[in-house]
Design a protein around this ligand. Structure first.
Ligand code: FAD
Length: 315
């Protein structure tokens, strides 16, 4: 049975959705252990245990969580060596991809990022070059390091919540490792995180600065609000909402694109969504090339109608 190590970068109060997906994928591949970059509470550890994890590797240095990628990569590589892991799974944030790359160098292991599917023989599926190609690839070294896109795998617990045993890992931190000196919490919107949301309503230049109809539709569907770069550059919504090549990569079940033309850089961040619905008043807009459902119309008419209908059916 393969030894699989899941890297959990920022343990919160409880496991989030993408962490649960990673642990479920790991459980389907072999015997799972976890490497936690910082301290975690009992509810979190119990949650990890409910995915069949028997051992958690934790840093000996309690300050490791305050380091950026270099320190965490050193810790992860050491945990991989201690376990003798054949498969290492991480999330797909920019930080985690960099940790994967650095750990891969330390371990002389092959690394694949942006994984959306994994065959039993280790063949991974990912999209490349701003989503222009779907690529099948497989690591040929003894250890494979994979970063996995959220919403690509189902989360399924395998047993009752039970805290795994912890194994302390001493790590020689690189002298030049960057450190976090302060944090400011983002005000909570009450909506799910973009990268975790099952539903996203995204707006572009066509929104003309008014995201209210998108927010209302997102709230009716329990979704998140995203944007094209044109909308974030205009200052209509915060930059963290940008989806695309230079923004976030998302794979929700449903992506509603409103007033977005569908440039290749926008597609790069959202074309792995399961169902794409496009609302655009230009019937020739390229966004309709990738949409499963297209509505030619004014978003300020179409979205409120959709919201009203959804609310009616929910009652
Ligand atoms: C290196 C690089 C990186 C980039 N990275 C990103 C990225 O990460 N994400 C990203 O999104 N872009 C990115 N871009 C920019 C990208 O090329 C496009 O310029 C951008 O996506 C366009 O945004 P838009 O679709 O909102 O605007 P537009 O292309 O101007 O499209 C607006 C659309 O709204 C429609 N519309 C207008 N009014 C309405 C209405 N009332 N109802 C319905 N439809 C309406 C119009 O028909 C049009 O199709 C990048 C570009 C470069 C060069």
């Amino acid at each position: 049975m393969a030894a699989v190590l899941v890297f959990l970068d920022n343990p919160g109060a409880t496991l989030n959705k993408s962490e649960r997906e990673l642990l479920s994928l790991a459980a389907s591949l072999g015997e799972v252990s976890a490497a936690l970059a910082s301290e975690a509470g009992t509810p979190y550890l119990d949650g990890v245990g409910s995915y069949g994890v028997k051992a958690c590797y934790v840093p000996e240095d309690p300050d490791l969580g305050t380091y950026l990628v270099a320190g965490k990569a050193a810790f992860l590589a050491e945990a991989v060596r201690l376990l003798g892991a054949q498969v290492v799974l991480l999330g797909n944030s920019y930080e985690e991809k960099e940790i994967a790359a650095r750990a891969g160098v330390r371990l002389a292991a092959g690394v694949i990022t942006d994984v959306v599917a994994l065959d039993p023989d280790g063949t991974a599926t990912k999209s490349d070059f701003a989503g222009s190609y779907t690529v099948k690839c497989r690591v040929t070294t003894d250890t494979a390091v994979l970063t996995v896109k959220p919403n690509s795998f189902e989360a399924a617990e395998v047993g009752p919540a039970a805290g795994p045993r912890t194994i302390s890992v001493g790590t020689a931190l690189p002298a030049a490792a960057a450190r976090i000196t302060g944090r400011v919490d983002k005000p909570a919107s009450g909506r799910p995180e973009l990268t975790e949301a099952r539903v996203i309503v995204a707006g572009g230049r066509g929104v003309e600065g008014n995201f209210a109809p998108l927010e209302e539709l997102a709230d009716a569907l329990g979704g998140a609000v995203g944007a094209s770069r044109a909308a974030t550059d205009a200052g209509w919504i915060e930059h963290s909402a940008q989806i695309g090549q230079t923004g976030k990569t998302v794979s929700p079940q449903l992506y509603i694109s409103a007033g977005i033309s569908g440039a290749v850089q926008q597609k790069a961040g959202m074309q792995t969504a399961k169902v794409i619905v496009a609302v655009n008043k230009d019937a020739d807009s390229p966004v309709f090339d990738i949409a499963d459902f297209g509505i030619v119309g004014d978003l300020f008419t179409v979205l409120p109608q959709a919201t009203e209908e959804i609310r009616k059916r929910r009652v």
